[in-house]
Design a binder for this molecule. Structure first.
Ligand code: MG
Ligand code: MG
Length: 272
């Protein structure tokens, strides 16, 4: 999403715990959605469930109303990259569904995305999902004190584009997260090793590779929100919010609840 240049806000440990609280709620919201995902379910039903769950947990949907976005979840299916809108569309076997969820609680945002597989998909599509998820963790490995922002970007691009030939979306990037959903700095999924700002304790980043099976180019759909691949190929998106630490990044969001829900839902395939 578009963002003005602004200062970087480094977080205290207390603030990081509040960010963890919001991000864990994001993971649990995802899991609630994953429990009922199956062919025939309308995406708007999943959105309503997510909103109710977030409000029942004394928080607010982080995306609803942001820049005028009208829903709780961004749901981007198949060739849709990000910012897809829930609708009366019914999921079907073979759909690859990126769900991005944000919550706002105690003054801090949580932000995390996961791409789900409904029923069966082609092996090359599953491979895209596996590699994109791997690239997220390769980026996170670099989110430590003393590294530079470009080290994160490089690691993601190296794994997805150079090693596997996928298209790394250029127009959309990760970001700082805190009291605002999108803070400085931007975290591109492409870049040069050793470049960019030095990573310091207290920097909290949403790292989010958006990777296309085909070419890197994207365009905006007629609805004014949904970003789609220009060549129509499927796209994958995984996102964690992480705090930069010495030696090892602290992942504030979690896929633990999501992956337990997927395991227990025979209509969804595990990403592996
Ligand atoms: Mg997100
Ligand atoms: Mg984000």
């Amino acid at each position: 999403m578009v963002k003005k240049k602004q200062n970087i806000f480094y977080k205290t440990n207390d603030e990081i715990e509040l960010l963890r609280h919001s991000n864990i709620l994001v993971g649990k919201t995802h899991a609630e959605v994953a429990k009922i995902m199956k062919p025939g379910v309308k995406t708007i039903v999943l959105d309503k469930l997510a909103e109710e769950f977030i409000r029942d947990n004394n928080a607010e949907p982080g995306f609803k109303g942001y820049d005028g976005f009208p829903y709780t979840l961004c749901m981007s299916i198949n060739n849709e990259v990000v910012h897809g809108m829930p609708s009366d569309y019914e999921l079907k076997s073979g759909d690859v569904v990126s769900i991005d969820c944000g919550v706002y609680a105690n003054g801090y945002y949580g932000d995390s995305a996961y791409t789900y597989v409904v029923g069966d998909v082609a092996p090359e599509v599953m491979h895209l999902l596996v590699v994109t998820k791997e690239s997220l963790y390769k980026g996170i490995e670099q989110a430590i004190v003393g590294k530079r922002l470009g080290d994160i970007s490089f690691a993601i691009q190296q794994h997805t584009e150079r090693t596997h030939g996928y298209g790394v979306v250029r127009e959309l990037v990760g970001h700082g997260v805190g009291r605002s959903l999108h803070e400085s700095p931007e975290v591109p999924n492409y870049g040069k090793r050793g470049k960019g700002i030095k990573l310091m304790e207290g920097l909290v980043l949403a790292i989010e590779p958006m990777i296309n099976l085909g070419k890197k180019e994207v365009k905006k759909d007629d609805d004014g929100w949904t970003i789609v691949t220009a060549d129509g190929t499927p796209s994958a998106h995984f996102e964690h919010s992480v705090a930069v630490r010495k030696g090892k990044a602290d992942i504030l969001s979690t896929f633990e609840y999501i992956e337990a829900a997927i395991k227990n839902n025979s209509e969804l395939k595990e990403i592996a």
